[in-house]
Design a protein around this ligand. Sequence first.
Ligand code: AMP
Ligand code: GLY
Length: 423
Amino acid sequence: MKILVVGNGGREHALAWKLLQSQQVEQVYCVPGNGGTAIMSGCQNLLLKVDDFEGISKFSLKEGVDMVVVGPEVPLAKGITDYLRSQDIMVFGPTQAGAQIEASKAWSKALMQEAGIPTAKAAVFTQTPEAKSYVQAQGAPIVVKADGLAAGKGVIVATTIEQAESAIESIFQGQFGSAGKFVVIEEYLAGQEVSVLALTDGLTIRPLLPAQDHKRIGEGDTGDNTGGMGAYAPAPIATPELMAKVQTEVLEPAIATLQGRGIDYRGVLYAGLMITPQGELKVLEFNCRFGDPETQVVLPLLATPLEELMLACIQQRLGEMPPITWKQGVAATVVAASGGYPGNYEKEKLISGIEQAEALGVTVFHAGTKLLGQQIMTDGGRVLNVTAIGENFQQALDRAYAGIRCIEFEGMYYRRDIGYRVR
Ligand code: AMP
Ligand code: GLY
């Protein structure tokens, strides 16, 4: 098979890497890929933009690409799947209608309410005064969200009413552009977050191993939100009992309600869950794609060939597939970020030590990197994901940290406490 992966993050490097492990996969193309996919044997980067649907389609038809796998939410929300399907190209990822589950928090909330999926109480606003009165009536802490896609920055967990009010003002003043036409204000939930990435063909839905990521930049889960600074799987908090509840109370009702709306959803449905201190399960959000960095710890443990599962989703035969199988052990990843991230940071710093890290047995998934001549340079906020498997979390984390200590670039930052809950 020839497979084209859309995206350029650590998630896409992990997808390309996993797909290439299968005997059935001879070639992977990445659009546009990164420094890691540029040097991976069997993989080739294409100089196309993720929303150049025509370019991706033309290339796929010309080269006989068998399947396109879409990593990020933006091309999905713009309708890449609808476009490629209309050209008879097989695509793993939901249509534009399905991607609304991530692209509009108000739409997603309404779907959860219709499906009876447990979630935080919320209200949707189009005007500042009404939103502010609601916040004053509810009190703090409270969560203010821009409705649309905001590159992970559209959620403000406000600890005071003043903070919530200023978040409302900046969203309505256009801080996130058209993503801020609506504001969703939500009850604050305490607890532990778990990410459940599930594969679906629109009829059947099957979860992958549950993962936990660390969203905050600082140790002890403090400071600004990021895309994720590290992750591990399987998350012990997601017991078999909890996963059974996720299946019947979250995943199945979501798919049934999508079906009821005439939405044919094939790809990943990612449920971002909060487990409250009372052990209650609530959905914080749905995403229409694989998580990043969760994918980097889930895929190394997957034993069933990934392309078989993806094809089964596209061809609506997931229900006929044998159960998904997993390797023994656990996985952990630690993100090396550019100094200053998630704020401003510099790029084009020379990275050294990746080969030394890999010689220790870790897998280094590239995120914000590029190949310049023979050199790997930084090219983004989250730069590398140093990933290790082990018999237990202590071992996997020790290995990942031994690997990351080999790596250097100017301004490199990483959290030293990834996985503190499971060590
Ligand atoms: P979302 O994109 O809606 O998942 O929000 C991003 C992050 O904000 C989540 O991963 C949580 O850390 C936090 N968050 C979102 N909603 C809530 C909530 N209702 N209560 C507490 N934290 C939240
Ligand atoms: N790691 C969070 C996300 O992918 O949305």
